[in-house]
Design a protein around this ligand. Structure first.
Ligand code: DX5
Ligand code: ZN
Length: 224
C-alpha cells in the first residue's frame, strides 16, 4: 500500500500555545511551516526565530514553505535554522536549479512550489533533481480558502510527466485539503497532504489527521 503523508500547517494553529498545538499533531508525518513576506504574497507570518522555536518543540521533520520574493538570499538561513524540507516558489527565482543544489548539498530535501497559474511543464528540466514538488491548490497567502477544483488535473499531468522521465519526486498539495478533497488529489498522484484549518480547526486533531490520511489512502488505491 502506498504511503500518504499528512502535514498540518502551523498557520492555523493557536500561536499563543504553539508547543501544545504541536504536541496535538504528533501523529502527523511532517509539520508544515508557512513563511510569508508581505511581498510575494499579501500576508505576513513568521520567520527564523519561530522556526527555531518550532524545531525545539517537535520531533517531526519540518517542511518549510517559503512564500517570499527572495529565496536566493534566505534559503541558507532557513537551513541553518533547521528546515528539513525546503519548498521555494518557482515564480520567485531565476535560479531554481542552483537553489535545489544548495538545499541538497546541505542535506535537506529540496522542493519547488508552483502557484495555480504556473504550468507543470516548467519543472521538466529540473524534475530529476527534486525530492518533492509542491502544487498549490489555492492561491498562496491565507489559510481556510477553497480548494481549486481543477487541481487534480494538474497533479495528474505532473505525475505523468514524472512517469515519462522515470523520476518520482513526492507530490505535495497545499490549500483547501480536508477529508473531503484528499481522495481527488491522491488518486491523481499526490502523496503529501498539507492541511491547516482541517486539522487545527477541529478539537480532535489526531482524529482529523487520521480522517485525512484514510481519505487520501482510499484515493491513492485508485490512482490512474
Ligand atoms: C496557504 C498556505 C497553506 C495554508 C493551508 O498559502 O501555504 O499551507 O496553511 O491552509 P488550509 O489547509 O486551511 O487551506
Ligand atoms: Zn503552505
Amino acid at each position: 500500500m502506498e504511503e500518504i503523508l499528512v502535514a498540518p500547517s502551523v498557520l492555523s494553529a493557536d500561536f499563543t500555545r504553539l508547543a501544545d498545538e504541536l504536541g496535538d499533531v504528533s501523529s502527523a508525518d511532517l509539520v508544515h511551516f508557512d513563511v510569508m513576506d508581505g511581498h510575494f504574497v499579501p500576508n505576513l507570518t513568521f520567520g527564523l526565530d519561530v522556526l527555531r522555536a518550532v524545531k525545539s518543540a517537535t520531533d517531526l521533520p519540518v517542511d518549510v514553505h517559503l512564500m517570499i520574493s527572495n529565496p536566493d538570499e534566505m534559503v541558507e538561513k532557513y537551513l541553518d535554522a533547521g528546515a528539513d524540507v525546503v519548498s521555494f516558489h518557482y515564480e520567485a527565482t531565476a535560479h531554481a536549479h542552483r537553489l535545489v543544489s544548495l538545499i541538497r548539498d546541505r542535506g535537506a530535501r529540496a522542493s519547488v512550489a508552483i502557484n495555480p497559474a504556473t504550468p507543470v511543464c516548467l519543472l521538466e528540466p529540473i524534475l530529476e533533481d527534486l525530492d518533492m514538488v509542491l502544487v498549490m491548490t489555492v492561491n498562496p497567502g491565507f489559510g481556510g480558502q477553497s480548494f481549486i477544483e481543477s487541481s487534480p488535473r494538474k497533479v495528474r499531468r505532473l505525475r505523468r510527466m514524472c512517469d515519462e522521465h522515470g523520476v518520482h519526486p513526492l507530490i505535495e498539495v497545499d490549500g483547501g485539503i480536508s477529508s473531503a478533497t484528499a481522495a481527488a488529489v491522491t488518486s491523481a498522484g499526490a502523496r503529501v497532504l498539507v492541511a491547516g484549518s482541517a486539522v487545527f480547526g477541529t478539537a480532535d486533531r489526531a482524529a482529523a489527521i487520521a480522517d485525512i490520511r484514510r481519505a487520501g489512502l482510499a484515493g491513492a488505491s485508485k490512482t490512474a
